[in-house]
Design a protein around this ligand. Sequence first.
Ligand SMILES: [Zn+2]
Length: 441
Amino acid sequence: MQIQFCGGAQTVTGSQFLLSVNGKKILIECGLFQGRREESYEKNQSFLYNPAEIDSVILSHAHIDHSGNLPNLVKSGFRGSIYATPATIDLCKIMLKDSAFLQEKDLEWVNKIKRRGHQPEIQPLYRIQDVDATMELFVGIDYDRAFTIGSGIEVMFRDAGHILGSAGIHLEITEGGKTYKIGFTGDIGRPGMPLIHDPNVLRELDILIMESTYGNRLHESSDNIEEELAKAVCETASAGGKIIIPSFAVGRTQHLVYVLHKLFDQNRIPDMPIFVDSPLACKATEVFRNFPGYLDRETNRVFLTDNEDPFGFQRLSYVHDVEESKKLNSMTFPHVIISGSGMAEGGRILHHLRNNVHNPKNLVLFVGYAAKETLARKIIDGQRVVKIFGEEHTVRCKTKSWMHSVHMLTDETCLIMSGLTLQPGSNIYFLFMVNQISRCR
Ligand SMILES: [Zn+2]
């Protein structure tokens, strides 16, 4: 058996692991690397293996840094099955389409410049039709059901408690008369968070391969998050300001809506309008509604038993079309806008930031991870002047961040594990902190 680390290495995006066992090649995750445009394009374009030779893909969850390069894999010749939970498949459908759409849009103006300079145009990594072809290959398997994807290769999804449908992958591999149990964590959720189940621990393993994005920090407790959000909303509203929250469309936005709903019901925030201004978040929320069985007991107790919608309440509006979104700019009274993208690299949040960062009464609240070089990171780090749509804007609003910069551990700890080969008979427990291992050939 051989495990090759093909992505998500020394960085937190682009997860990909290649497992070669019993003559089969199995790809675990096929994430999109996200960073500067040219570097991303180069890394995402060039696979470290031949996609046509991959027998199957196992996917832990729908986030783009784990699933976003699948259509390119299919475009490059992959024809096997992609195994994931049913909720992951439904989320992938909307997220991969959104990713294809954003790529084409992003390249529109780049290619305009290229054409002017008589340079060859850049093609997107994939288009909508590649996403359609990808969706045909998905096979839905629920949690805790063992399934076989080749001789001596048994797989089981365990609830990872990270986003709807997210799974840790448990593999039982029999090779040369020996059996190994391997766990791939994917992204692991935090126990005690509202909405989705607590993570179900992968047990009795010989090898554990683990994402380590937040490996060196403690998270705030979920009670603190409620309290802090209530405080931030109350203070800003009483000063007459707006609260702008850049948020990831899938997972984080639904969590925020849930918490705001609860705070509103308990009279802990003022009676003010709240907008989710993100077409992707609107679609993703529909998927959450379609899988009540994946939501945790508290959500079911608090909301579903009373026939209430956890993702909707009287003061909350989902903004679908662009014209409605533009109207938000002219509103002068306090309100909350949750909009994408989470790292403020694209999407409608850019318009809201452009219109609001100059006002000292407003608050921009960052609730998720922000990678280096992104607009979110620059504002969090206190950069006074930022560029939005190519123009300079002075940041005078208040800013708050619940997640500070993520430090990767140093190279010394980046094991060595390139192209690891396990000897049958060895009985050692390996733990790989994925984000610290080098991408390897
Ligand atoms: Zn994730």
